[in-house]
Design a protein. Structure first.
Length: 318
């Protein structure tokens, strides 16, 4: 018995693992389901894109389900590289070029192309500040013009200077705002403000806009607030446009070729993103509700990504 017992233990240990493996199959057999893991980065637009694709693959294709892993940009890119994440729908990888290039060079990560055109980033002012009969600063066209209008953008905590909201603490883009601030010699006339969070930064913009006051600072699109407010980007503040591409782990090419085919066709515009984010904000919807709104109201967009058969299945499921 002392010789037989260890063998029985090994057999008993293997059986549950074997059963588990069969139950979580990769879709190679009839009735098996392949799970596609999407990287749920912290901003709303990528989460909506994830749920648009999730709805399409779960309702338009056979044998797929979606799952979501939360994380910031760099961890999600690394997750795609390592195979823990299957899809990054909105990579913004130009902010982390080394990690991106490592994945591409190794072949572990595949770039399927743009989700949307290069996304605009920079320093913005409300349009009413620079245009119209009541413009507060009609000659303000570029960052170079800001020193003439320091009084207009007065820092409430330092009345001797104006205030530019440079971005959010801890974000990589702050270094670019600091460089623009230095290159244009703004330190004598302005302070460079740093918001504690995206919500705080957006709140300063929205608060000033509601009162018809002057505001200048960093922001990017697509975002709900730029979908609602009419803002103008100052010349000289243009960041290198962010590349917003769809990345997948190399395993997707074999385990989910139908999904990859759709992802290669998946394409939206910044205006479309701004629109659905504004609708989401206005209705206080979650990202799933917003994705379903997009699928119901933007058939002319998403039906180009899929076959007629898949499109009909998706429409029937809505």
């Amino acid at each position: 018995m002392r010789k037989i017992l260890p063998v029985l233990i090994v057999i008993l240990a293997i059986i549950p693992l074997s059963l588990f493996a069969q139950g979580s199959g990769e879709g190679d057999g009839e009735g098996e389901v392949t799970t596609i893991v999407f990287g749920d980065v912290s901003w709303d637009s990528v989460q909506v894109h994830n749920r648009i694709m999730a709805f399409i693959i779960e309702n338009g294709l056979e044998g797929y389900k979606a799952d979501f892993i939360p994380g910031d940009t760099l961890p999600i890119i690394n997750g795609v590289l390592q195979g823990d994440v299957d899809v990054d729908m909105e990579s913004w990888h130009s902010n982390f070029p080394e990690a991106y290039q490592k994945g591409i060079d190794s072949g572990d990560m595949v770039d399927l192309g743009k989700n949307m055109p290069d996304a605009p980033q920079g320093w913005w002012v409300p349009r009413y500040v620079v245009e119209g009969p009541d413009a507060l600063a009609p000659e303000l066209n570029s960052v170079a013009d800001l020193p003439k209008y320091a009084d207009l953008f007065r820092d409430p905590e330092d009345r001797s200077k104006g205030l530019i909201y440079g971005g959010v603490a801890g974000w990589s883009q702050m270094a670019i705002s600091e460089q623009i601030f230095e290159d244009f010699g703004l330190e004598d006339t302005f302070n460079l403000g740093i918001a504690g969070s995206n919500a705080a930064l957006a709140g300063t913009m929205a608060g000033a806009y509601a009162k018809g006051e002057a505001w200048v600072g960093y922001y990017w699109a697509p975002t709900a607030i730029l979908g609602k407010l009419d803002m103008v980007r100052l010349k000289g503040s243009e960041y290198d446009p962010a590349k917003v591409n769809i990345l997948v782990n190399k395993s997707m090419l074999e385990k989910a070729p139908e999904v990859v085919e759709i992802l290669r066709e998946y394409n939206t515009t910044v205006d479309e993103n701004n629109e659905f984010l504004a609708v989401m904000d206005d209705n206080d919807w979650d990202t799933t509700q917003t994705a379903e709104w997009f699928l119901r109201n933007k058939e002319e967009v998403w039906t180009k990504w899929v076959s007629a058969n898949v499109a009909e299945k998706v429409k029937s499921a809505l």
